[in-house]
Design a protein around this ligand. Structure first.
Ligand code: GLU
Length: 378
């Protein structure tokens, strides 16, 4: 077993995700005292040489009281309006508290759309690297006021996992209102034991995470575990701790056994492949026969037309598609080299016949292995 201290000794750049339930201390407004504690702990880390990127929720929580129309059920435009009010307050709190420790902060608002565009992704990356290089603490949130349903991250847990890749961080630290992942729901079972270490996130882990949802945040424990799963695929560990406990951040970095540590997978996905797998939205599904699946999963091969069984969805050249086996289980995803109508025509045929059938040929492969990521069902 890899001891925590050894893992932490390799950490320099950290993404700290702060949930709304932490910033409001369970109440219905941002609590300045929480910001003060965060600023103090994070400033200590900065002085010790760590680079910190914060992914912070709390905009909606900070703005909703001022919207008289913010009543349940809350619509997306109402949340967006609340976020437009609250985001400035959120930053005002961070800036004020960090200033006391002579730390500069910067606001970066992102949408799923921004990160799914490779050029914008790289631009955001360059901005963040420049901020870190200048010793500034970037504070990232979803650009809630401009997103519509299809291009929403959904919650900041997913965003924090993507940011971990975006800035090439060494650790994702999630601050929430629970002590970590429990064997049983701690709300219902007082004797529920905290799981200190998760070596591999599997369906059992996901089952444990289901059902325990924080009051204010959108994600609950399941989306935190999903974020940890994504970062583990990128070769990065995640620690989930109770951000409402004073001094918890510094306890993490002195190697205390707090919260739940999720170990990374041994084989690290390249940054570009991670981007392909998690920043883009799949536009279609290709069903693949067993032989082709084996070649892809076990031997890292490309997907050829001879292994295609079925194609669904509406996609164009370069779009992301899922690859599923004949049982419907997703095992890979990648950038497809032909549009839907053409992929349908190519089912089961040999690559040398592509030109004869389509009248043109871009590539021999339907998905080239450089653009193909083997992954368990998402
Ligand atoms: N972006 C939202 C906010 O700032 C939070 C989403 C979440 O809680 O995951 O209020």
């Amino acid at each position: 077993m890899i001891p925590r201290k050894e893992i932490l000794s390799r950490v320099k750049r950290v993404v700290i995700k702060v949930g709304s339930s932490v910033l409001t201390a369970g109440g219905d407004n941002l609590k300045e005292g929480v910001f003060r504690d965060l600023a103090k702990s994070i400033s200590i880390l900065k002085e010790e040489g760590y680079e910190i990127v914060i992914v912070s929720s709390g905009a909606i929580a900070a703005g909703r009281k001022n919207l008289s129309c913010f009543v349940k059920p809350v619509s997306i435009p109402q949340k967006q309006a609340a976020a437009a009010i609250g985001q400035a307050r959120l930053m005002w709190n961070y800036e004020g508290c960090f200033n006391k420790y002579r730390q500069m902060t910067a606001q970066v608002l992102l949408t799923q759309d921004d990160l799914s565009n490779r050029q914008k992704f790289l631009n955001a990356r360059n901005t963040l690297f420049t901020l870190l290089h200048c010793g500034v603490i970037p504070i990232i949130n979803e650009n809630d006021s401009v997103v519509v349903d299809e291009i929403m991250f959904g919650d900041n847990d997913i965003l924090s996992a993507l940011v971990t890749n975006l800035v090439d961080a060494d650790l994702l630290l999630v601050l929430t209102d629970r002590d970590g992942l429990f064997e049983k729901d701690p709300e219902r079972y007082k004797n529920a034991a905290l799981i200190k270490l998760v070596e591999e996130i599997n369906s059992e882990t996901e089952k444990l995470a289901k059902g325990s949802t924080g009051k204010l945040g959108t994600g609950g424990m399941l989306s935190k575990v999903n974020a940890a799963k994504k970062t583990s695929i990128f070769g990065i560990p995640t620690i989930i701790v109770n951000g409402r406990k004073k001094g918890i951040i510094n306890k993490v970095f002195t190697g205390e056994d707090v919260g739940t540590l999720f170990l990374p997978k041994k084989s690290k996905l390249s940054s570009r492949k991670y981007w392909i797998a998690f920043n883009l939205k799949p536009k279609g599904v290709l069903t693949v026969d067993d032989g082709a699946k084996k070649a892809i999963v076990e031997r890292g091969k490309s997907l050829l037309s001879s292994g295609l069984v079925e194609a669904k969805g509406i996609f164009e050249f370069g779009d992301l598609v899922k690859c599923v086996d004949t049982e419907g289980l997703e095992f890979a995803r990648g950038l497809v080299n032909y549009k839907t109508e053409d992929v349908i025509k190519l089912k089961g045929i040999h690559s040398r016949d592509i030109e004869k059938i389509l009248g043109y040929k871009y590539y021999d492969e339907v998905i080239h292995r450089d653009d193909l990521v083997v992954i368990e069902g998402e």
